[in-house]
Write a protein that binds this ligand. Structure first.
Ligand code: PHE
Ligand code: FE
Length: 296
């Protein structure tokens, strides 16, 4: 299934506002919770130099991202606001689509205020503060990516009116969450879902299983995705300029007209017209029984 269900919202917080914002409550984090942040931070920083794109690594530096404690949003926002005019706001968990887009369109990035437990370091279904802040916020210091995210928020509100949210969600998934980028030094990661995961930071770049295909908007908007395991296809951009030009620079109206009549592609499909960097073996997905028999 794609997209959250109503049950996954937790609007029962005592101080929740109509736009779902809550106080971060930084003073209430325990030493154990700060310790989880420190452990995850150290673990990712052993891996990411040479794997994450420079824009992400530079963002950590210019934000003075907190290494051994959960970041305090007020402090982080002072840096972020000066750099690109973005802010991070706390919410209790996933929020309804319209609320999410409205915040993005106004350069507010929503983050869960809770952190995973020590026994959940490798896998967690809901986005926690490590994913949301470590994974997403550094790139918001990049002017082009910052503009892309705002445009995406506005585009989300438009997609809702066209009933094409599922297609637009795939764009977010395959770029903001799981995107790869070509650089002069080689392929690098910019997707937050990868950057906040130890296993996928290695798998996405080094494993022979997944496909790696050049970004193609209409193609990607028709491709289903996995939420329960590593991706079976990663989409690769040449630059954030390219990503911006191909999305914010295009009118999706005509695409939205056509999409309902076109079928969806499976997460592992490779088409003759795809610009393929790696044709994956899909060994990983097969080993988990996640490929149909005829494709195995
Ligand atoms: N250009 C898109 C539209 O016309 C909006 C958009 C911008 C979508 C950036 C995604 C990212 O709807
Ligand atoms: Fe995310």
């Amino acid at each position: 299934m794609e997209g959250p269900t109503v049950e996954s919202y937790r609007p029962d917080h005592p101080d929740i506002r109509a736009d779902f914002i809550i106080p971060q409550g930084w003073d209430q984090y325990t030493d154990e919770e700060h310790g989880v942040w420190k452990t995850l931070y150290e673990r990712q920083m052993k891996l990411l130099p040479g794997r994450a794109c420079n824009e992400f690594l530079d963002g950590l530096t210019s934000l003075k991202m907190s290494e051994d404690q959960i970041p305090n949003f007020d402090e982080m926002n002072e840096h972020l606001m000066k750099l690109t005019g973005w802010q991070v706001v706390a919410v209790p968990g996933l929020v309804p689509d319209g609320i999410f887009f409205e915040h993005l369109a106004n350069r507010r990035f929503v983050s869960g205020n809770f952190i995973r437990r020590p026994d959940q370091l490798d896998y967690l279904q809901e986005p926690d503060i490590f994913h949301d802040v470590f994974g997403h916020v550094p790139l918001l210091t990049n002017p082009i990516f910052a503009d892309y995210m705002e445009a995406y928020g506005k585009g989300g509100l438009r997609a809702m009116r066209h009933d094409c949210l599922q297609n637009l969600s795939r764009l977010y998934w395959y770029t903001v969450e799981f995107g790869l980028i070509n650089t002069p030094e080689g392929m690098r990661i910019y997707g937050a879902g990868i950057l906040s995961s130890k296993g996928e930071s290695i798998f996405s770049l080094d494993d022979a299983s997944p496909n790696r295909i050049h970004f193609d908007l209409p193609r990607l908007m028709r491709t289903k995705y996995r939420i329960d395991d590593y991706q079976q296809t990663y989409w690769v951009i040449d630059s954030f300029e390219e990503l911006f030009a191909e999305t914010a620079g295009k009118d999706f109206g005509p695409i939205y007209e056509e999409l309902p009549d076109l079928g969806a592609y499976e997460p592992w499909d490779v088409l003759a017209k795809d610009k393929v960097y790696t044709q994956g073996t899909q060994e990983h997905a097969k080993s988990k029984g996640r490929m149909p028999i005829h494709a195995a």
